[in-house]
Design a protein around this ligand. Structure first.
Ligand code: UDP
Length: 329
């Protein structure tokens, strides 16, 4: 397949690019490199360094030959930041995402895979969260992804665009071969921050609230390995031949912030200095996925079912890249 991947130099995007590349697809990445890294990509993959909002660049890319599909990862992705800058998130994520879909329709692209999110569910009353759980985004970030999902619904209904919305829970870990890992600047995600605290690369981890209605009072999340997520994109690309789909993607088990800290301590053999602080705005108490639908419909099964195995790949990547990309140790 010939595929254009927006945001393909980012954390999840680059792992998907590697998986597509491994199976021999012709992949072109479209990324502004604000969060992405050239070094995260296979060296022979073409990179178009451009903004999603640059109509001329996007038009040129989509008009350059036939595309079997577009995979859309380029987005702002921080729940907390979206609570401070709601309209930035709504215009950048939803606005540009919807314009991308419009461009795909105009250029005759037949398949579209959206990197969507568990943040659509805000404070779900029941867990695990299925595709039938009531949608109620707890943040402008979640809302922005919902708007793109809705635009895809109309693109299919009116123009026949086949799509998959993949609602990731918490992407974590690194490529087991060490080719791509997590390097956000600044880093805000729990697992890489706890690992850095264990390795002495930062003084401590601050835990955002221990007064949630969970067994140990800290938030529970469903951590799913980024290589498993990548395989789910391949499965979804095949599945949409039979019609558009929307899937929740997690490992099916929830872990609290304190459990993550203990896992990093076990795997690294080091103690993690920690401090409890106030809750972070926009954080739901529990987000755990039911991934039964994608398992049943595509046969997808996560390879990394255990949190310690996910943490081990993230730790190995960080040890080999203590300063992130560009400064491999
Ligand atoms: N978290 C934390 N301290 C940090 C970063 C995250 O306690 O320095 C918590 C956060 O409140 C959430 C969980 O860890 O409950 C996962 O947060 P992350 O930002 O990794 O992903 P999110 O669930 O927001 O997508």
């Amino acid at each position: 397949m010939r595929l254009l991947v927006t945001g393909g130099a980012g954390y999840v995007g680059s792992n998907v690019v590697w998986a597509l590349h491994d199976r021999g697809d012709d992949v072109v990445v479209y990324d502004n490199l604000r969060q992405g890294h050239r070094e995260a990509l296979p060296p022979d993959v073409r990179l178009i360094e451009a903004e999603l909002g640059d109509d001329a660049a996007l038009d040129a890319a989509l008009g350059d030959g036939h595309w079997d599909g577009v995979l859309h990862f380029a987005a702002l992705s921080l729940v907390g930041e979206s609570m401070q800058r709601p309209f930035h998130y709504l215009t950048e994520n939803a606005g540009l995402g919807i314009r991308l879909i419009d461009s795909c329709v105009r250029h005759g692209v037949g398949r579209f895979i959206l990197s969507s999110t568990a943040a659509l569910f805000g404070n779900a009353e029941n867990t695990p969260i299925t595709e039938k759980t009531r949608i109620d985004p707890g943040s402008p970030y979640g809302e922005s992804k919902l708007m793109i999902e809705r635009a895809l619904h109309w693109a299919d209904r009116i123009h026949g665009l086949r799509y998959a919305c993949l609602r990731y829970f918490n992407a974590a870990g690194a490529d087991p071969e060490g080719r791509s890992g997590e390097d956000h600047r600044p880093e805000t995600h729990l697992i890489p921050l706890v690992i850095d605290a264990a390795l002495g690369l930062r003084p401590e981890i601050v835990v955002f609230g221990d007064d949630y209605p969970t067994p140990d009072g800290t938030c529970i999340r469903d951590y799913v390995h980024v290589s498993d997520l990548a395989q789910a994109h391949l499965a979804a690309l095949a599945r949409i031949e039979a019609g558009s789909v929307t899937y929740n993607l997690g490992s099916g088990s929830g872990h609290s912030v304190l459990e993550v800290i203990r896992s990093v301590e076990r795997v690294s053999g080091r103690q993690v200095p920690m401090r409890i602080v106030e809750r972070r705005a926009g954080d739901p108490a529990v987000l755990v996925a039911s991934s039964s639908l994608i398992r049943e419909e595509t046969g997808w099964t996560p390879r990394f079912g255990q949190l310690d195995d996910i943490v081990a790949t993230a730790l190995a990547w960080r040890k080999s890249h203590p300063n992130g990309y560009g400064n491999a140790g």
